[in-house]
Structures are given as C-alpha cells and as structure tokens.
Design a protein around this ligand. Sequence first.
Ligand SMILES: [Zn+2]
Length: 317
Amino acid sequence: MSLGSDLGPKPPLGYTASTLQRAAERRSDAQYLAALEADRAARAYAIGGERVVLKKTAGGLDPLFTPGEARALARSTETVFLGLVEGLGRFGVGLDSAATEALKARHDLHISDLRSIAIQGLTDADHLAAIAEAKALLHWHARHRFCANCGEATYVVQGGWRRDCPACRAEHFPRTDPVVIMLAVSGDRCLLGRQSRFAPGMWSCLAGFLEPGESIEQAVRRETQEEAGILCGRISYFASQPWPFPMSLMIGCHAEALSSEITVDYSELEDARWFARDEVASMLMRRHPLGLTTPPPVAIAHHIIRAWIECHGPAPA
Ligand SMILES: [Zn+2]
C-alpha cells in the first residue's frame, strides 16, 4: 500500500468553498442593495475585529442575523454587501471590537474567532468562506477611513467595495496582500520551519509577503534563502487560499532545493530543518512518536505538504 493511501480522504481547504454569488455587477445599484438589505430574509454576519458573533440556538451555533439585529448588537461601523445566496442578500456588519468582546457576557451569544470556528467546526462549513470575505473587507474599512492621497475622510460606495474621497475624488479599492508559502524539497526530504508563536511541536512551510515588482517564483526563492539560507531552482504552483488574517492570499508552491546547508534567520524563525518524507507523513497523520505535527487541514500548508507526500508514492520500508 502506498503511503499516500494511508492519509485517508482529502479534507477540504479552508475558506475556499464559497457558496455566495458575489453579484459584483449589482454593487453600483444602491437602490437594489437597499431593497435586498430591507428584505426580511436578508442575513448578515456580525464581526468585531477578530471576533465573530454566533447566536446560540437549539440546533447549535448560528452565525446569521438580520442586518438590523447585527447592528443592534453593539456600536456598528460599515455594512458591506457580500453577495447573494439563492437570490437573497448576504451582508457583513462591522462592530466595534471592544463592544464585541463585551458581548461575551451575554448567554444567548457565543463570541469566537474565525480560526476557532474553522478548526472546531463551530458552524456549518458553508459559512467559512463568507465570514472570511466579510472579515477581510471589514478590516480594510477599519484601517482605511481616510484618503491616502489627501487625508480627507472617505465614504463607502459600491456596497462596501470602494471608498471615495469627496475632496480629491480618489477612489480606493480593498486590498489583498499576497503571501507565498512554499515547501522546498530535496529528493526524499523537505524543509520545514517553526515560528515561536506556533503551537509546541508544530512545523510548517516557510512563507513571506510578495514584494512590489516581484514574481511569485522570485518571492519563493528570496524568502527561502532569507529565512533558511536554501537556494531554490524550479518552482511549481500548487493552489491558493484566501487567508483573512487580516487580508492575505496564500499562494502555495513547491520548490526544488538546490542547496542543503541551512542558515536560520532567527529574527523570522525559531528553527528550520530537513525532514524525511516518512517522518513528515507521521506528523501529518498525528502519529509522530514525539508528537510533532504539521498544520491542520484548514491551512494550505497541510495540503502543500500532503501533496508532496502523495505524489512521491510508497515510503521506503
Ligand atoms: Zn483625497
């Protein structure tokens, strides 16, 4: 039996399976959006910074409120149009962070964060991508209330997908910060690193922000060299994942390592080292004798590592 088949069914990649139709072509129609929002069947996610508000119901935790209910929870900021679900409007309502934290005192609510919701399966998985979209967009609003060109307060248009400046007429669009995340591979071993903020025993792919003027391939090579001193040659794209912490896109790659001597950048990493394929497989399956692990399936690192194990066939005996 190949090692690949030992890994069991492939889990879904977190935050990617959106059931929303973004209906971007309707964002400029303010009357249409107002009618959608006023519809009694419209629903909204209530988000205060990193906190997501969930309603306790007999059937479990429900992340959906009417837009009015969501705004009544605490002092609210922007309401953004996320898209349509079966023709009905789905919105994100921003709440004041401190006031959201204070909602923990309410017995009818459960206050959590998106990572915990995803990892612990607190809601139906259908909500994860939509909450990720709302959280990233609302974070952008919270940090971009003033014109970057002239400093004037800006206002929301396009259902939350643009902020305009009344003074200089500049249009500001929500940003997404691309991050490369890669597994450097040399034959039967791969390079994993640890950051001090990781859970004890967890090792993962190296990662870093893409810089202006840089290709994905160049960023993968630069980051791997900077963080671990390893030179890389061929780069292959694997998959991408929205990562709303706070508003990134993870671009997953495999990289061919051309050197083997590691020099760790301790300002970025606690450690980095080579791992044999069978050891990584045991970490992925949570069967490592010393309890070492890789990230959970909600993170793209899990899938990048798994794909490398699977495409290399049976492990040595
Ligand atoms: Zn301006």
